[in-house]
Design a protein around this ligand. Structure first.
Ligand SMILES: [Zn+2]
Length: 108
């Protein structure tokens, strides 16, 4: 099979044309985080302490000025991801947080 079709953005993102706006956004976010995290334009910086933690989903959220939501999960943070796209608009934020390991080494 030789069906590499870069003219289909859905295929490139690994989503279908029937995917919801949010699914596409998240797929795009992951694509960006993989390769372009250094160059991704960030509109704001938010301290992790100022975000709301949701135990059920093990993720942090922050409200965007458009009333959309920024969501970043524990596993994203563990993987070193700190850029989050809004669920509703094209803005993105950088999440500021300390590496958890600092805590363990000071706790003796
Ligand atoms: Zn927004």
């Amino acid at each position: 099979m030789n069906s590499t079709d870069l003219s289909n953005p859905y295929q490139e993102l690994g989503v279908s044309e029937n995917s919801s706006h949010e699914e596409i956004k998240r797929a795009y976010q992951r694509l960006v985080l993989k390769g372009l995290s250094q160059d991704w334009p960030v509109s704001d910086e938010v301290d992790l302490d100022d975000m709301e933690y949701h135990e059920d989903t093990e993720s942090y959220s922050s409200v965007c000025r458009c009333s959309g939501e920024y969501v970043i999960s524990d596993s994203d943070l563990e993987n070193g991801h700190n850029i989050v796209c809004c669920s509703n608009c094209t803005l993105s934020i950088r999440v500021l947080y300390n590496v958890l390991q600092d805590d363990a080494s000071n706790n003796q």
